[in-house]
Design a protein around this ligand. Structure first.
Ligand code: IMP
Length: 192
């Protein structure tokens, strides 16, 4: 089964190919000649993920899936959420600036509850299906660790006393929001 993953992130592609194994060919946007910036203007992770798959399915007529992830902090009414990549004004994927803004806004607030949420939209034979993965945790008072990316140094998953950036890739990939969403997608695809 050939499916487009609406990304050019080599790491994400390798991860999903690894999980799905033989019988599936997962290709990137580059592989189908899609070099456009796909709009991501939705108000929710669900809308953004669907925008990407609707764009690819509508224009390139391929089965496809797309993911969208956000960090949702309870004391900040779910911020940065859908704005996670560009939380600090005037920046784009600037993790240092994003974490600085998050820690500043939380200040000494004792409610540090947060969760990462990944939503995957899949369009298969013209029908959309969504899968969600989440991991609950808390926001540390300062950055801890240097592995990973994004908000990893400030996110401590429940049940651990280390941040994602301290736990390392292997452990993170066993429990992360993305791993959980991808596992649901894989289970669904394998059942078809
Ligand atoms: P995307 O939807 O995968 O592009 O993620 C959007 C933004 O959420 C990224 O730019 C990161 O700031 C943040 N993010 C997503 N996944 C993770 C993660 O696993 N750890 C830390 N930050 C993440």
């Amino acid at each position: 089964m050939k499916i487009v993953f609406a990304t050019n992130n080599a790491h994400k592609l390798a991860e999903i190919n690894d999980i799905l194994g033989d019988g599936f060919e997962i290709v990137s946007l580059n592989d189908i000649g899609c070099h456009e910036d796909i709009p991501e203007t939705g108000a929710t992770l669900e809308e953004n993920a669907r925008q990407k798959t609707a764009f690819v399915a509508g224009k390139y007529h391929h089965d496809c899936f797309a993911d969208d992830t956000g960090l949702e902090v309870e004391a900040l009414n779910g911020e940065p959420g859908v704005h996670s990549a560009r939380y600090a004004e005037g920046t784009d994927h600037d993790s240092e600036a994003n974490m600085e803004k998050l820690l500043r806004k939380l200040g000494n607030n004792n409610n540090r509850k947060a969760r990462f949420r990944t939503v995957i939209s899949l369009i298969l034979n013209g029908e959309e299906h969504q899968f969600e993965g989440r991991v609950d945790g808390t926001i540390a008072f300062e950055r801890q660790g240097s592995e990973g990316f994004g908000y990893d140094p400030v996110f401590v998953p429940d049940g651990y006393d280390k941040s994602f950036a301290e736990l390392g890739e292997e452990m993170k990939n066993r429990i992360s929001h993305r791993a959980r969403a991808v596992a649901k997608l894989a289970e669904f695809l394998k059942s078809r």
